[in-house]
Design a protein around this ligand. Sequence first.
Ligand code: NAP
Length: 354
Amino acid sequence: MNDWSIATKDPVLVTGATGYVAGWIVKYLLEAGVTVHAAVRDAHNKDKLRHLDDLAASSPGTIKYFEADLLKPGSYGAAMQGCRIVFHTASPFKITVEDPQRDLVTPALEGTRNVLKQASATETVERVVLTSSCAAIYTDAIECQNAPGGRLTEVIWNTTASLEYQPYSYSKTVAEKAAWDIAEAQHQWRLVAINPSLVLGPAIGGKPTSESFSLIRQMGDGTMRFGAPNAGIGVVDVRDVARAHIAAAFNPDAQGRHILSGHNTSFLEIAQSLQPRFGDRYKLPKRALPKRLLWLLAPLAGFPRAYVERNIDVEWHADNTKSIHALGVNYRPLQQSSEDMFEQMIEAGLLPDR
Ligand code: NAP
C-alpha cells in the first residue's frame, strides 16, 4: 500500500486549479517538488491565482498556468503536453442554478469528454484521476437503506437524479459514466475515480466558490439560528480528499472508484461540532428543525418536498474501507474539519469576526 512515492520528473496537470479541492492537491504536489501545469479559466486574473503563486514561492515545486475551458474542445492540449498524470477536478459545484443543463450538466459532461479525449491524444499520459462524487452513487440518504448491508459502496450508481431533481448529482453521474466509457475504450491510460461525500475543511486561499462554504456560512451567519435540518450526509476533510487524489495518481496499484467519506453524519451534527469553540460568539443551530415544518416550508425555501421526505431524519451510511486500504487514507475527526473551516472563513471575511 505504501510502496510508492510522488514522482517529480514529469509535469502534472491539474484542471480547475483555482478550486477548493484542487488547491490542496496543488499544494501537496508543489511541496513534493512537482511542476504543476495549472489549467485555469483566466490566467490573467492575478487575484484568483495569488494563493497559488504564494504556495509555489514557498515550495520546491513550480507552477505554470494554462488557459483552458471545459467547453472549448482541444483547450487542454497545451496544458497536458509532457504530463504522465492528469487530475481532472474542474466541474461546477452549485446547488442552485438557473439552467441545470447549461450550468451543470453540459460543463461536467462535455468537460470530462474534452479532457479525457485529450488524454488519449497526448501520448505521455498514463493515468487520469477524476474527481467524481458520492453524488454519482446516490441522490437521497434513504437510498442507503436499500444498499447491501445498508451502506453505499463503489459498485452502486446513482439512478435517481435527473435534470429536474438534484441536477448536480445528475451532472456528476453522467460525467463519471462518460469517463469510464472513454477509459474502457482505450489502453493507454488508467482511470482512477475519487468519490468524495460533502467536503469540509479550510480553503488554502482565494475566494471560495464551492458550495461547501454556503452550508457552513448559513450555520454561522444566523440563517440557521432556529435549528438545522437533521439530514443524513457523509463528510470528509478537504486535506484527506487531496491526499487520496495524490495516492490515486502515484500508487501503481490504484484502480476503480473510491468512496472518500470520513463520517456518517448529518447537517445537525456538523453544526453541533462547532458549538464548543464558537457557540458563545455565533448563533449556531442547536436543535433539529422538525421534519413537518421543513416539509411545509420547502417550496418557499426553494427545495423539493421529496428532498425532505427522503433525507430528513434519515441516516446516511457509506463504506469507506477501500479508501483506507487502497489509498492509505487516515480520516481526520469531523470536529477538526468544521472548526478549521469556520476559523478560516472568519479570517477570510466570509463570516463576521465576533
Ligand atoms: P470549486 O472550488 O467551485 O471548484 C470548481 C472548479 O471548476 C473551479 O476551479 C472552476 O474554475 C472550475 N470550472 C467550473 N466551470 C469551468 C469551466 N467551464 N471551464 C473550466 N473550469 C471550470 O468546487 P470544489 O468543491 O473544489 O469542486 C471540485 C470538484 O470536486 C468538482 O468536480 C466537484 O464536483 C467535486 N466534489 C466536490 C465536493 C464538495 O463537497 N466540495 C464533494 C464531492 C465532489 P473557476 O475558478 O474559473 O470558476
